[in-house]
Design a protein around this ligand. Sequence first.
Ligand code: FAD
Length: 408
Amino acid sequence: MNNNETIVVIGAGQAGFQVTASLRQSGFKGRLVIIGDESNIPYQRPPLSKAYLKHQADETSIQLRPAEFYSENDIKLVCGDTVEHINRKLKTVLTKGGRSFNYDKLVLATGTRPRELTIEGSNLQGVHSLRSFLHAANLRDDISSNQNIVIIGGGFIGLEVAACAAGLGKNVTVLEYSSRLMERAVSPVSSEFFKSYQQSIGVNVVTGARITKLTGSERVQQVHLENGETIDCDLVLVGVGALPNIELAQAAGLDCDNGILVDEFAVTSDPDILSAGDCTNHPNQYAGGRFRLESVQNAIDQAKVVASTLLGQRVAYHIAPWFWSDQGEIKLQTVGLPIGTDQYVVRGDLEQRKFSVFHYRQGKLIAVESINSAGDHMVARKLITAGISPIPEKVSALDVELKSLLAS
Ligand code: FAD
């Protein structure tokens, strides 16, 4: 890129923000425009299901940078407008508000949106999703004036909200479709541990729950299960996953398949359009093929790759995926991807709520989840990144220092 060119970024979330910040940090002097459809300036989403719900964070404290950052760095930030059309031939984007921007290079950082329930009653008042600040503000208000909360989905977001709501003295039920919590992300040991933890703080956890409909007069009052049971409630949070925002890319003729397809340099099927964050499906060596990640780590690191590519440095995206989740007093940290685990070994003490689970596939260490064990997590990141697979017997032996296995 040269310094009289324009880069336009669509999506003012974690990845979009990081692209612009990294470009300026690396000395790019050209024009930078970032367009987001939310009215907030770029902010962190993780606190929305944690500190914000507990009234320990507010709209300002979660901002990625204060408002002045954008003017000080000559970044044109457009909030509250949606890009509706990309003209690849003319290299322009058009917004719902009637604005038009020319680009030399375009970056798509459009993120995901919550998957919605399609069953009867999903549109009743009191049925919430959680992705944006606006969602979180509505949810927080509604939680404060209601007592009986049902959370549909025992994944990260549902369980984080469950722990917050239980901490606020609410009656909380989590309904999970599969036989265990966070099934795709953690081992059965950790699923069971989190189930017991949630129960210990008063959350009613139901696995194998098949929901047939929601009922109520205007506002939701009951959740109905296939087995004939009904659960009374005043508020429902639906946390059943997210869908990538790819429609804009698809309409522009870019290759998409469960995400916008990019290569390891974050370039789409159009060499002038790059993409980063939750909306991308990218080659990931830790997944053994293409993968779509939804994490802050991926949004930040892939955005940095976008910036490098735009500046002509070929730095491929090969970073070990890591993630965290806070549920009440429990901090979960994961690294790697537990795809095809055929053996796992536990290090530490479940009773003390301090342990890590090491996942192996054909003798190779592929992922580690750590519960209240930040030290283990840091070493695990180094092991996974370096491709070191210590033998399971050593990993579980507490008299063997984990750090010492870095040399194995
Ligand atoms: P986003 O942050 O979603 O940003 C995309 C933006 O683009 C959005 O503002 C969207 O509205 C906008 N947009 C889309 N289409 C258009 C358009 N056509 N025009 C203009 N704007 C558009 N990750 C972790 O690692 N740890 C956690 O603990 C954690 N907790 C989370 C808790 C919650 C409640 C949520 C919702 C997510 C959490 N995540 C967590 C995930 C993490 O926040 C996301 O992975 C990250 O925000 C992805 O960044 P992104 O920039 O790709 O997408």
